[in-house]
Design a protein around this ligand. Sequence first.
Ligand code: GDP
Ligand code: MG
Length: 163
Amino acid sequence: MSFTLAIVGRPNVGKSTLFNRLVGKKLALVDDQPGVTRDLREGAARLGDLDFTVIDTAGLEEATDDSLEGRMRRLTERAVEMADICLFMIDARTGVTPTDEVFAEILRKKADHVILAANKGEGRAADAGVIEAWNLGLGEPLRISAEHGEGMADLFGALLPLS
Ligand code: GDP
Ligand code: MG
């Protein structure tokens, strides 16, 4: 059985980097229209022997008149509705920000299954942020590095029982 995983979190934590890693270069080249930002980008992902659909959320990066928090709520709620599992990503080097806490609150209320990922987890600069991530009330954070491909076995282990 297949499932849909949505990657959510504030801008710049590494969502698209993980999306590209899961989908592979070949299929990730979909941002081909300059000036067009797609709020949700979908791809066919593979991790180990798991095949699933992954959704990358974007669109929070654009400057609009709308408040960031309002757009975050709408986008996150849309992603949660589409997905079976949400991967909520924070930047372990930065630690937990007030914006992360808003996301965590939405996900605690709306999402059935949340995997918390503390990205940019390579190196000791991430240690404090990984510990802080426990405070989000979403269980044990997975320490990953989307850029370096670290923690992918742990991600697989988290997805497997939910698949
Ligand atoms: P998004 O806005 O959440 O989609 O974030 P991006 O995937 O665009 O990444 C934002 C920045 O973080 C880019 O410069 C990435 O190269 C960098 N980045 C992503 N993953 C990692 C990681 O695991 N470690 C480090 N050090 N940087 C990362
Ligand atoms: Mg992105």
